[in-house]
Design a binder for this molecule. Structure first.
Ligand SMILES: [Cu+2]
Length: 470
């Protein structure tokens, strides 16, 4: 994204013919009518388990067509299908591995949003998968149970790739989520709900024009890949794992009859206790798990105007669409619902971080598209964790991906941290052959065996005979 002044940004909006505050626009598919379709439930991803106990998943990003609007075919992208992707499910402590193939006509990445992963497997803009290429990240899940998601993160194209359909949920389970008495039967009373807003041309093609630079604002709500969906509910209570998978829209979610629901989990997993609410606000990428009682009559989940303009002044509030309203999903109870567990009084014990144990204190000021006055730069490192540079005695064995190398030609040298932000290249004649999973201040690392590429951010550092000061 480019930096735009607020004035230029608003003038750009004024010039666009698109009615951005078109909430509840006439003619949009409705979740309440008889033409509404049942909410599709993304399938759970299958995996094979190897002799070492690692579970292997495969994902293929590819192009296809989808019936987002009933009766119309729309060209879309998806993982293992034409739209969205399977829901991945893994347990804390489990070793998992992915084989990811890029069947798209352009480079992409797969980023695990909210997952604690080694930096080289993060799937951010530095880990592109070229068309026809394969990427095989692997790690051990080690974080509390939570609703996460995965999506492409190629620099400058993330919005387009997600908008075209590349996104899926990633559920982490642990002993705490096992034990807590919440609805937990996937697709029955534990419902994944990916909310996105899109625009379409008359023939059903995705409209990708976006004159605003804040992220595309659509006029049509799409839930789990279709517009105008309803959810048949067969239990007294239902848990919705909601992901805001939209480009730029913030939702203020609540029910049309203002019924109370309980927030039970957020981005990081279960809360300490259920919180009774009538509204929950979700920014793009954010998740919330709610439990709501549905009995007797239909419950209509809506996106409502943000009561406080989401903290924006009136002009910006209109530009960001925070005054829009949409029908999202109608929950339709069955006549004889199955009993649901009573809502637990407590959910999880939250370990509090101790700020006195912090290694460093940093401040981040968010201003438009900048942090601390700087835009994202693929080749700049702003902060490096304080650590000892790699030393000979500690790199007798190094791990590079899944292979282990032995370092034999070490020399003991010390290094001081530098603030070099300029991309560096390999000096002629040097070969990056041994890497170590330690990030030393002032040290940079590069993709293996690509000596002409600029240094890149990652958690590996060159050690021993190939050490280079950045
Ligand atoms: Cu993300």
């Amino acid at each position: 994204m480019n930096v735009v002044s607020r004035r230029a940004f608003l003038m750009g909006l004024a010039a666009t013919p698109i009615a951005l505050s078109a909430g509840c626009a006439a003619g949009q598919p409705s979740p309440t009518g008889t033409s509404s379709r049942p909410l599709p439930i993304p399938p759970l991803a299958t995996a094979t388990t190897d002799a070492a106990g690692t579970r292997h998943f495969t994902l293929t990003a590819g192009a296809g067509s989808s019936e987002i609007l009933a009766g119309k075919s729309t060209a879309t992208w998806g993982f293992n299908g034409s739209m969205l992707g399977p829901t991945i499910r893994a347990r804390r402590g489990e070793s998992i591995a992915f084989t990811i193939d890029n069947g798209l006509p352009e480079a992409t990445t797969v980023h695990w949003h909210g997952m604690h992963v080694p930096a080289r497997f993060d799937g951010g803009p530095h880990q592109t998968i070229e068309p026809g290429a394969r990427w095989e990240p692997a790690w051990t899940v080690n974080q509390p149970g939570a609703t996460l998601w995965y999506h492409p993160h190629p620099h400058g194209s993330t919005e387009k790739h997600v908008y075209r359909g590349l996104a899926g949920l990633f559920l982490v389970d642990d002993e705490v989520t096992d034990a807590v008495d919440l609805p937990k039967t996937y697709g029955v009373d534990d419902i994944p709900l990916i909310i996105q807003d899109k625009r379409f041309t008359a023939d059903g093609t995705l409209d990708e024009s976006d004159p605003t630079d804040i992220g595309l604002l659509g006029d049509t709500i799409v839930t789990n890949g279709i517009a105008g969906a309803h959810l048949p509910v067969s239990t007294e209570r239902v848990r919705l794992r909601i992901l805001n998978g939209s480009s730029g829209r913030m939702y203020n979610l609540g029910f049309a009859d203002d019924r109370e629901f309980h927030l039970v989990a957020s981005d990081g997993g279960l809360l300490a206790a259920p919180v009774p609410l009538t509204r929950v606000r979700l920014s793009p990428g954010e998740r919330a798990e709610i439990v709501v009682a549905v009995s007797g009559s239909n419950a209509l989940l809506r996106a409502l105007p943000h009561e406080d303009h989401a903290g924006l002044d009136r002009g910006d509030a209109a530009a960001f669409g925070v005054q829009d309203s949409f029908d999202i999903l109608e929950l339709r109870p069955s006549e004889n619902p199955t009993a649901s567990p009573a809502l637990p009084a407590t959910l999880a014990t939250i370990a509090r971080l101790d700020p006195t144990g912090a290694a460093a204190e940093r401040s981040f000021e968010l201003q438009w598209f900048m942090i601390n006055g700087a835009q994202m730069d693929m080749n700049r490192i702003d902060f490096s964790p304080p650590s000892t540079p790699p030393r000979c005695g500690r790199c007798a064995t190094s791990t590079t991906g899944r292979t282990t190398s032995t370092c034999t030609t070490c020399s003991s040298r010390s290094s001081t941290s530098t603030a070099a932000h300029r991309p560096r290249r390999w000096p002629a004649g040097r070969t990056p052959s041994i890497r170590r999973r330690v990030f030393g201040s002032g040290w940079r690392c590069a993709s293996p065996n690509t000596p002409t590429r600029p240094f890149r951010t990652c958690t590996t550092a060159i050690c021993c005979s190939t050490r280079i000061r950045a």
